[in-house]
Design a protein around this ligand. Structure first.
Ligand code: SF4
Ligand code: SF4
Length: 273
């Protein structure tokens, strides 16, 4: 999906879908007796958040470089696009998801947030014209999905609990703040090297770890020792630190402290040049 398509989709959602609260009730049941079973796992755009990639990688025991190469689709950035959009790669010939099997999703416990939430969608009501717009839910009414005709009444809240979205929501909420950050919504653009940094820190955690531990990073930045220990091995801690680092690197927020000697040395260089 290109950025324009994604933007069009956002506008379509904001204008056409009924805005629902988390306590809205709806009917839905997905099971393997339905004729549509697994049909929705093909030829579909599934956006991947950094936490989705972290969980899928752990599940299949794959390094981040290899995962990106085999399972990530990264459409070329278009003019005006602020941040890279990342999608799950489908099989080039069958167009089916590489994780679908005859019995359903082979990575079910670690499937992406969008797969968990379906048929429920979640959107931010924040736009340039309405920066205080509230988040809302909506139901995707895909005519090919027989599960929507099944009698099984529940609230959106119950559905999300049942699908185990809590861990995903916690990590994704931090991530979502980037695309809605005032720096970007007010019209500023990131430099290409900052966009690359964003992609690496969010999606290529092995490389981001190398950047921290195998460069001069720790000589320049004053990172708490417990954080250093945590991010050395734990990808979830590393991803949280990545969000913190990106706020500093991209938006100049004081989320990371510079070591005073390094700051002074930098000032001297600037004074001389
Ligand atoms: S009921 Fe809907 S979600 Fe379930 S397999 Fe069929 S199309 Fe997919
Ligand atoms: S990750 Fe699982 S649920 Fe999502 S599209 Fe692939 S097979 Fe279907």
């Amino acid at each position: 999906m290109s950025n324009e398509e994604s933007q069009d989709m956002k506008e379509m959602i904001l204008s056409k879908y009924e805005r629902l609260t988390i306590d809205h009730q709806f009917n839905f049941k997905c099971h393997d007796k339905l004729g549509c079973f697994t049909h929705c796992c093909a030829d579909v755009n599934i956006a991947l958040t950094p936490y989705d990639v972290l969980r899928l990688r752990k599940r299949i025991g794959m390094g981040s470089e290899e995962f990106i190469e085999k399972h990530v689709l990264l459409p070329k950035m278009t003019p005006g696009q602020k941040l890279p959009l990342v999608f799950l790669r489908m099989d080039a010939h069958t167009k089916r998801c590489l994780f679908v099997g005859d019995k359903g999703c082979k990575v079910y416990e670690d499937r992406p947030w969008a797969c968990r939430m379906y048929p429920v969608g979640h959107a931010s009501g924040r736009t340039n014209a309405n920066p205080d717009g509230e988040d809302f839910y909506f139901i995707l009414r895909d005519r090919r999905c027989d599960g929507l005709g099944e009698k099984n009444l529940m609230t959106i809240r119950e559905w999300m609990e049942n699908q185990g979205t809590a861990d995903y929501d916690a990590a994704n909420n931090e991530y979502k703040e980037f695309s809605l950050h005032p720096f970007l919504t007010k019209g500023y653009a990131l430099e290409p090297q900052h966009r690359q940094m964003f992609f690496m820190a969010c999606y290529n955690l092995d490389r981001f770890r190398e950047f921290i531990f195998e460069s001069t990073f720790l000589k320049k930045f004053d990172i708490e020792s417990e954080t250093i220990e945590a991010i050395r091995k734990d990808d979830e801690a590393l991803l949280l630190f990545a969000f913190r680092w990106l706020r500093f690197a991209l938006f100049h927020e004081r989320t990371v402290k510079i070591i005073p000697e390094y700051e002074e040395a930098k000032r001297k260089v600037l004074r001389v040049s």
